[in-house]
Design a protein around this ligand. Structure first.
Ligand SMILES: [Fe+2]
Ligand SMILES: [Fe+2]
Length: 218
């Protein structure tokens, strides 16, 4: 079985051979992630990696509780998908954007999801018989009680500096779903016009979630 088969296995959410396959894919993706982040040589990046490895569940966390990549390692795989799609969209539109910024925004935009999902065991009746299944719930007491994007930015900036355009990309990566108020919507339009990279990043995040990632049926 080649690498692409293993990737499709993990994306389909199948357990494969008792989890060994998943661990292998996660290990490879973790190596890629760390290599990419280190290549940016951004001040503090080693501390950020150490934090992710020793204080968080980043490398095994899901990307969501019941939607895209809702399985072990889903968040890691999502960030790598966003990196690939963001690069493709920039290339498509001939936009010259620094590689280190592509890496930092793609790999770190969802750091708000670390230590956030909790795997629970639930029971259900299938064909008259009770069986238990894994369910990802969201934690109640978030250490940093800030909304999605602001939480990621706060976490990232406690380890590495962010350039202003990187912060804009991460802050507006949820596009129209990032805020309800009138000012947010106006600013989003303004920012998307002035900094097209913010629009392309939002699209890369959507493409990853809807086109590259799947949902494990619980
Ligand atoms: Fe996000
Ligand atoms: Fe995302």
């Amino acid at each position: 079985m080649d690498k692409s088969d293993k990737v499709s296995d993990i994306r389909s959410g199948e357990k494969g051979d008792g989890g060994i396959m998943e661990n292998e894919v996660i290990k490879e993706q973790k190596e890629t992630f760390i290599k990419l982040l280190k290549s940016t040589e951004r001040e503090g990046v080693d501390k950020l990696i150490n934090y992710l490895e020793t204080k968080t569940d980043f490398f095994t966390a899901p990307a969501s509780s019941k939607f895209h990549n809702n399985f072990d390692g889903g968040l890691l795989s999502h960030c790598l998908n966003v990196y690939k799609n963001f690069k493709s969209l920039l290339e498509l539109r001939n936009i010259d954007y620094p590689e280190e910024s592509i890496i930092i925004t793609s790999l770190c935009h969802d750091l708000c999801k670390v230590n956030y999902y909790v795997k629970e065991q639930r029971n259900r009746k299938v064909d008259g018989k009770w069986e238990s299944y894994d369910f990802w719930a969201t934690g109640k007491n978030i250490a940093l009680p800030l909304p999605h994007s602001s939480r990621s930015i706060r976490l990232i900036k406690s380890f590495i500096p962010l350039k202003f355009d990187e912060e804009l990309i991460i802050f507006y990566h949820m596009g129209p779903y990032g805020g309800e108020d009138y000012e947010y919507k106006n600013l989003l339009q303004n920012v998307n016009e002035r900094y097209p990279v913010t629009l392309l990043f939002y699209m890369a995040d959507l493409m990853s979630s809807y086109m590259d990632e799947s949902r494990a049926e619980n």
